[in-house]
Design a protein around this ligand. Structure first.
Ligand code: HGY
Ligand code: MN
Ligand code: MN
Length: 400
């Protein structure tokens, strides 16, 4: 049923949008992401899908039917210098699964909607899972005013795409949906180590994103003795190492500072200000991890005589996925000959938003190698075709 060549050809076409070699830099809410949505629309519109883009720039392609819809998809944006498969493979396999069912003239009762969520990575504005958070009405207030490094706001970026600029207008009723399915590369080594091409996601870790600003005092690097300094970068550095220490000390926890900026940023000026990102995740006691890190930020800032302010960007609780849908996915993967293990996802996914909104949600993992969020990321077309076939089987069971 799956047309392997079509899947492979389209994967190549998509990876060339904002791609360079095996790297992709297709940032959310950019013209590149819009070009990717147009490419996906060009595949589905000729198959009778009604294609629309919502106020948060999410793309939906709907094949008509009766009752609540089965929603299936992932995201098209990437991190800067990311890989070709993160998100993109889920959209490609959703399109291929649906087209293979249409090719085979399978009678589907329910409507099927293929979705490409906008700006899942939050690479420009810092708000991860942006499009799906907007669609399920979970955006924090004032998100539209969040700005990227050039001072462009989310509202500006949406208006540049031809939207009105208020992402909260993307909200839709979760009761319109019978189920949400997402195929995604694992982005870790477990399936590779186990020698298994597919996995089923049991739960997704809790994720907290924030921006920490440390205000010290800029001063002359030569004329200011060490005991008279309020060095913002030295304080931030102690905090970064504390994040690493705390995450290492707690079960199933990770902590990362991926972005940092220093002002004024000159070799002979004691740093007056430092702004850095916080990414804290845990499968269990996520709140405890966040609390311990934020208490430590305050303790270090007080001890060093600098001011620390924390700007919450996103907080998604640990999310377990629907047991009935996991059973559907177990049958679907078995039917392609795979005894798929259940895995907790350390990566965040758009699937958290439908799941937290009461939509029965499931995820299929496809084996990937070379890590992720890097051009080394890789998934084989054989594993992708197997995943797409399992996805088609699951859609068929849920939609007939
Ligand atoms: O950060 C994540 O886990 C996802 O790739 N956005
Ligand atoms: Mn990612
Ligand atoms: Mn992803």
């Amino acid at each position: 049923m799956i047309d392997r060549e079509r899947l492979e050809r389209r994967a190549g076409e998509l990876s060339r949008i904002a791609g360079r070699g095996t790297a992709v830099s297709r940032l959310g809410l950019s013209a590149d992401e819009q070009r990717a949505r147009e490419l996906v629309s060009s595949w589905l519109a000729p198959r009778g899908a009604q294609v629309r883009r919502d106020a948060a720039a999410n793309l939906f392609a709907r094949l008509p039917g009766e009752g609540e819809a089965v929603l299936v998809g992932s995201h098209l944006d990437s991190v800067p210098e990311g890989g070709r498969f993160d998100g993109a493979l889920g959209v490609l396999c959703a399109v291929e699964a649906v087209e293979s069912l249409v090719d085979a003239k399978v009678k589907l009762r329910r409507p099927i909607e293929v979705v490409a969520w906008a700006d899942e990575e939050g690479a420009r504005f810092g708000v991860g899972l942006f499009g799906s958070t907007a669609a399920f009405g979970r955006l924090a207030r004032g998100v539209g005013d969040r700005r990227d490094r050039d001072g462009t706001s989310i509202a500006d970026a949406l208006r540049a795409l031809g939207e009105r600029g208020d992402p909260s207008a993307a909200r839709r009723d979760p009761k319109e949906l019978a189920a949400y399915l997402e195929l995604h590369i694992e982005q870790g080594p477990r399936l590779e180590t186990a020698g298994v091409p597919l996995g089923i996601v049991s739960a997704i870790v809790g994720i907290y994103h924030a921006r920490v600003s440390i205000h010290g005092r800029a001063d002359h690097a030569g004329a200011t003795v060490m005991t008279a300094r309020a060095d913002a970068l030295a304080a931030a550095s102690e905090i970064v190492l504390a994040v690493e220490r705390i995450a290492r000390s707690r079960l199933d926890s990770v902590g990362t500072v991926g972005e940092i900026a220093v002002r004024p940023g000159a070799k002979n000026v004691v740093p007056g200000e430092c702004v850095f990102s916080l990414d804290l995740r845990a499968a269990r006691d996520h709140d405890g991890l966040v609390r311990e890190v934020l208490d430590t930020v305050t303790r270090i800032a007080d001890a060093r005589g600098v001011e620390a302010s924390v700007d919450d960007l996103a907080r998604v609780p640990a999310t377990s996925l629907d047991s009935k849908i996991r059973e559907v996915l177990r049958r679907a993967t078995k039917s392609v000959g795979v005894d798929a293990p259940e895995l907790v996802s350390g990566a965040g996914h758009d699937a958290q938003n439908p799941a937290l909104s009461g939509v029965p949600t499931g995820m299929i993992f496809v084996r990937s190698t070379g890590g992720s969020h890097t051009p080394r990321e890789f998934a084989s077309i054989d594993d992708a075709a197997l995943g797409a076939q399992a996805l088609a089987n699951a859609i068929k069971e849920l939609a007939t």
